[in-house]
Design a protein around this ligand. Structure first.
Ligand SMILES: [Fe+2]
Length: 245
């Protein structure tokens, strides 16, 4: 299981709750980089996959994992670094360049949100995952407490992911104010949703499933449920709860 840093968890919390509704032209921020480029130097790095490209088969196919990680996720990382660099450049240059702060900030929010969520997404899955969390785990007990049963949670989670309008994410989050688990939808991942920490995220952008599942998003979501790394989700819950202290 990959270690989850406090920095990453705080970044996740800021991601889901901290960014303001921004609107505006996101075309520049969302531009997909050309395939094969290395992420630019900067504070963010593309994490290695915690398994091989084919290890999630037959549920998530190797070609999709490779494209998703090496091109899409890498693009978020590269563009987040580029946005950080652009903001630094603006601060140093001043003058007319200050007018570009909004575009650069939008690009940072969009791309860093994507980079953070994809980092969680890969760790949320594993070879031979799925099923239910261990009965003696915190995540199992808290799912039962807050949703009534695992099946009730699974139905809520899958429906939320399936009903995301367009691109986005279904997210099981920890909300520290009331110490509750919540199933949330994020339809623009750079926008705020609620102050909560994502524990389990299902990517329902088409690049996550279209090669193998085409328009059958629900089938992909069922497949995702079969590769969940519940130990990772459990660790995230226990770390998120430390923020209450
Ligand atoms: Fe994705």
């Amino acid at each position: 299981m990959a270690n989850i840093s406090r920095r990453e968890m705080l970044g996740s919390a800021a991601l889901v709750g901290g960014w303001m509704m921004m609107g505006g032209d996101l075309a520049a921020a969302q531009a997909t980089p050309p395939a094969g480029d290395k992420p630019a130097d900067g504070p963010y790095q593309l994490p290695d996959l915690p398994y091989g490209y084919a290890d999630l088969e037959p549920h998530i196919d190797a070609q999709t994992v490779k494209l998703h990680h090496d091109v899409h996720h890498a693009g978020y990382v590269r563009n987040a670094n580029a946005a950080v660099a652009r903001l630094q450049e603006i601060r140093e240059t001043g003058g007319e360049s200050i007018k570009d702060v909004r575009n650069a900030t939008l690009a940072l929010a969009f791309n860093l949100s994507g980079a953070i969520l994809h980092g969680i997404y890969w760790q949320n899955m594993k070879k031979d995952g799925g099923g239910e969390p261990a009965a003696d785990s915190d995540i199992a007990a808290t799912i039962k407490r807050d949703f009534g049963s695992f099946d009730a949670f699974a139905g809520n989670f899958q429906a939320a992911a399936a009903q995301v309008a367009g691109s986005g994410w279904g997210i099981l989050s920890y909300e520290p104010l009331a110490d509750r688990l919540l199933v949330l939808q994020v339809e623009k991942h750079e926008n705020s949703c609620v102050w909560a920490v994502p524990l389990l995220v299902c990517d329902v952008w088409e690049h996550a499933y279209y090669l193998a599942y085409q328009n059958r998003r629900s089938d992909y979501i069922k497949a995702f449920m079969r590769v969940i790394n519940w130990e990772d989700v459990d660790q995230r819950l226990r770390q998120a709860r430390k923020f209450r202290d």
